[in-house]
Ligand binder design. Sequence first.
Ligand SMILES: Nc1ncnc2c1ncn2[C@@H]1O[C@H](COP(=O)(O)OP(=O)(O)OP(=O)(O)O)[C@@H](O)[C@H]1O
Length: 276
Amino acid sequence: MIEPIDLRQPRHGTPPKLQVEQLSKSFGSSSGSVQALAPFDLSVEAGDFLCVVGPSGCGKTTLLNIVAGFESPTSGSVYVDGKPVTGPGADRGVVFQQGALFNWMTILDNVAFGPRSTGFSQSVARQKAMELLELVGLSAFAKKYPYQLSGGMQQRVGIARALANNPQMLLMDEPFAALDQQTRELLQEEIRSIWQRTNKTILWITHSIEEALLLATHIIVMTARPGRTKASFVSPFARSSDPHVASSMEFAAAKRTIFQLLRGEAKQAQQMEEVP
Ligand SMILES: Nc1ncnc2c1ncn2[C@@H]1O[C@H](COP(=O)(O)OP(=O)(O)OP(=O)(O)O)[C@@H](O)[C@H]1O
C-alpha cells in the first residue's frame, strides 16, 4: 500500500539532504512569460529514492535543473545538506535521458572525466572509472567509444559517469525513457541494486507510474503547469524482496491511485495547450 505523506518539511530533526523552499520558476519569452513552477516546498532525506511524476510540461525537468544548479529559481531556495545551491557541484551527479557522453573519448575516459576535473591524476581517475564500469557491468567495453555501444549500455556509462565523483545525490531525468522495455527493466534492477548498495539519495523523474512504484521510497505527483506538489506518498515496493511484487493486488491498487491523480492533471495540461 502507498500511504500519503507530507514531504514539505524535514521528517527528522537534522537538515535533510535536499530542501526546496517556496521554489518557483518563470521563463520569459518574446510571446510573454511561462510560469513553469509555482511556489512549493519539498524535503528529501538522505537515502530516499524520490520519484517525481507529473503531466507533460509541468516543470519536472525545470525542478531537476534547478537542483542540479543549471538553472536559477525565480523565487525561493534550494539547499543540499543545509547549504544553498548556487551552481552545479560534484555533490550532485546528473543523468540525462540520452547518455550525453563525449563521443571523442573512450568509455573509460568518459567516466574518468569527473575525477580528472576534480584534480585526480589520470591513473587514479582511470582506476576509479574502471571500478565503476565494473559496477555497471561494462568493464569489457572500457576502450570502446560511445557510438560502439547500444542505447542501454550508453545509459549505464551515464550512470557510472554520474557516480564517478562519488556524489551523495543522483539527479536522473527520465534516464530510461528512450530504451526498449526489456533493457529498461534490466537497468531498473541495476539502479535499484546500486541504490541499495550505496544508499545514495536519488531524485528521479519519470513518466512511468510503474517505474516510480518499483524504484521509489517516496513519490510526488505534480500538478499541471505551474507545477507544484499535488500529492506525495511513501511507497513500500522498492524495498520488497518479492520478484513478483509488480503483479500484486497492492501494486495494482497503488498504480490506480496515482493514475487517477495524474489523469486529472494531464487533462488540465492538455486544455492549457489547446488555449491559443
Ligand atoms: N528555457 C526555457 N525557456 C522557456 N520556456 C521553458 C524553458 N524550459 C522550460 N520551459 C517551459 O516550462 C514548462 C516546464 O517545462 P519542463 O521541461 O520543466 O516540463 P516537464 O514536466 O519536464 O515536461 P516533460 O514531461 O514533457 O518533459 C514548459 O511549458 C516549457 O515549455
